[in-house]
Design a protein around this ligand. Sequence first.
Ligand SMILES: C[S@@+](CC[C@H](N)C(=O)[O-])C[C@H]1O[C@@H](n2cnc3c(N)ncnc32)[C@H](O)[C@@H]1O
Length: 234
Amino acid sequence: MRGDSPFSLFNAGSRFYDLMTAQRYWHRQVGRALDLAAPAMGELRVLDLGCGPGVSTFVLAERLGPRAELVGIDLAKQMIRRARNNQRRRFKRLENVRFEQADAGRLSFPDNSFDLALGHSFLYLVPDRPAVLREVQRILRPKGTLVLMEPNALGSLGQAALSSLDQLPAVMRNPWQAGRFATSMVLWRVVSARAGRLEASQLEGLFRDAGFGEVATHPTLGGLGLHCIGRKPA
Ligand SMILES: C[S@@+](CC[C@H](N)C(=O)[O-])C[C@H]1O[C@@H](n2cnc3c(N)ncnc32)[C@H](O)[C@@H]1O
């Protein structure tokens, strides 16, 4: 994956990715990452790392309200184009959101300029993960929070399916949404197997090495994913 660049994949597949993830199960997942960060509501500056077509950024903006300012960044030009297009067509009311093409490993934002950074399914695609985490640490304010949701090296689709059996009745009521979600999970496993998934201890180690404190991980998506949270020391 590193040699043949994930960006060409995400550039070429931005429309398909948008179709797969613009649905309630994925929205709920993004909401869970925010619940974990539990930010005080108000005039927050929030960075969405690897925002893709904006799905995660729009969910965060809806939840955080108009006083928060959100910036979604992505390295893939087509993703940013699609995110801006989605904002114009479907989320015009979210005037507090903007998108920029940028590399999370080399951000142009000043030191201490964000309260919260989220990366929903993104770090696994990055070759130099320590550089990204150091950069996020730089742009966060003291006590600022980073939450990532990443594919879990120890997860399995079989286990995840078994642990979701109780949701079958709800799934049957929304077969189109559920089908898209299941497809996106299978593709996530395929792409992340090539890009390189992490175990909880590795993810936590990366956070600590970059200077984050209060680091903790929590399995999600039936064990297919991991939420990892850390805070910049005061
Ligand atoms: C799987 S998508 C996730 C999109 C969105 N956060 C979501 O939850 O649906 C990951 C995104 O990360 C972007 N990405 C990968 N490496 C990046 C980097 N170094 N800087 C910024 N974006 C990056 C990719 O282009 C891709 O659009």
